[in-house]
Ligand binder design. Structure first.
Ligand code: 3DU
Length: 219
C-alpha cells in the first residue's frame, strides 16, 4: 500500500451502486478502501473485486477465531481479491500466526487490532493493547489498528513498535478524532467512514480531510 494521501475510506454502506459511486468519486483522495461486514453481507464478497478497480482493498473482518478457522477465513478473503485483512490480536499468537502464514502465501498483508476506538474499547482491550502491539511486531504483521479517538495511545504504540509496523487509525470525524492529530501522533493512515460516505458531497469531504493531512505533514 502506497503512502500518498494517508487516508483510507471505510465504505460501510450497504448498497452496491452507492458503494461503487462513492469509491469512484473519492479514489483520488484515498490510498485504500476498507470494506467490512455491512457492505459484504449486503452485497456479497464479489464487491471486493469490483472495488479493487479503484484502490487496494482492506477486508475488515476482525478475524478472531482458532488458528484453523482463521486460516480458512483468510484464504477466502485473499481469493476474493483483498490486498489486506484486519484481524483481532486478543485471540493470541497462534491464531495470528495462522493469518500471517496465509497472507504470506498470497503475498498480502495483515493488520492487527491492538485497541479499539469506541468508549468500550477502553474497558477490556486497552489494558492489553500494548502487549498485542508487541506480539504483532514479533509475529511479523504489516500493521496495527489503533484509535484516532486517543492520539496519545497511538503515540505510545508508535513508541513501542518503532518503525517496524504501520499504523492505521479509525475514529476520525464521526467518532470525534481529528485526522491531523493522529497523523502527528504517528499514524501512517487515518480511516474515515461516515464523515465521507454520509456527506452530501463525499468528494469534497474527502478532499478537505486530505488537505488537512497534507497541511499537517508540511508542518
Ligand atoms: O466512524 P467511521 O464511520 O469513520 O468508521 C470507522 C470504521 O473503522 C468503521 O468501519 C469501523 O468498523 C472501523 N473501526 C473502528 O471504528 C474502530 C476500531 O477500533 C476498529 C475499526
Amino acid at each position: 500500500m502506497e503512502r500518498k494521501t494517508r487516508m483510507i475510506l471505510a465504505l460501510d454502506v450497504s448498497d452496491r451502486e452507492e458503494a461503487l459511486k462513492i469509491a469512484e468519486d473519492v479514489s483520488e483522495f484515498v490510498d485504500a478502501i476498507k470494506v467490512g461486514y455491512p457492505l459484504v453481507l449486503a452485497t456479497g464478497l464479489e464487491i471486493i473485486r469490483e472495488l479493487a478497480e479503484f484502490a487496494p482493498i482492506i477486508a475488515d473482518f476482525k478475524v478472531a477465531d482458532i488458528p484453523n478457522t482463521n486460516r480458512l477465513i483468510c484464504k477466502q478473503v485473499f481469493e476474493a481479491g483483498a490486498d489486506a485483512v484486519i484481524v483481532q490480536g486478543f485471540t493470541g499468537r497462534d491464531s495470528l500466526d495462522a493469518c500471517i502464514e496465509v497472507a504470506s502465501e498470497y503475498r498480502r498483508d495483515v493488520f492487527v487490532v491492538s485497541e479499539m476506538s469506541h468508549p468500550g474499547g477502553a474497558e477490556f482491550l486497552q489494558p492489553v493493547g500494548e502487549a498485542i502491539a508487541r506480539m504483532a511486531s514479533e509475529a511479523g504483521a504489516f500493521g496495527l489498528v489503533a484509535p484516532a479517538t486517543r492520539p496519545e495511545r497511538v503515540k505510545k504504540i508508535r513508541k513501542i513498535i518503532g518503525d517496524k509496523l504501520t499504523i492505521i487509525s479509525p475514529g476520525v470525524g464521526a467518532q470525534g478524532g481529528r485526522a491531523s492529530d493522529v497523523i502527528a501522533a504517528g499514524a501512517d493512515w487515518v480511516i474515515v467512514g461516515r464523515s465521507i460516505y454520509k456527506a452530501e458531497l463525499p468528494k469534497e469531504a474527502a478532499s478537505e480531510i486530505a488537505a488537512e493531512i497534507e497541511a499537517e505533514l508540511r508542518g
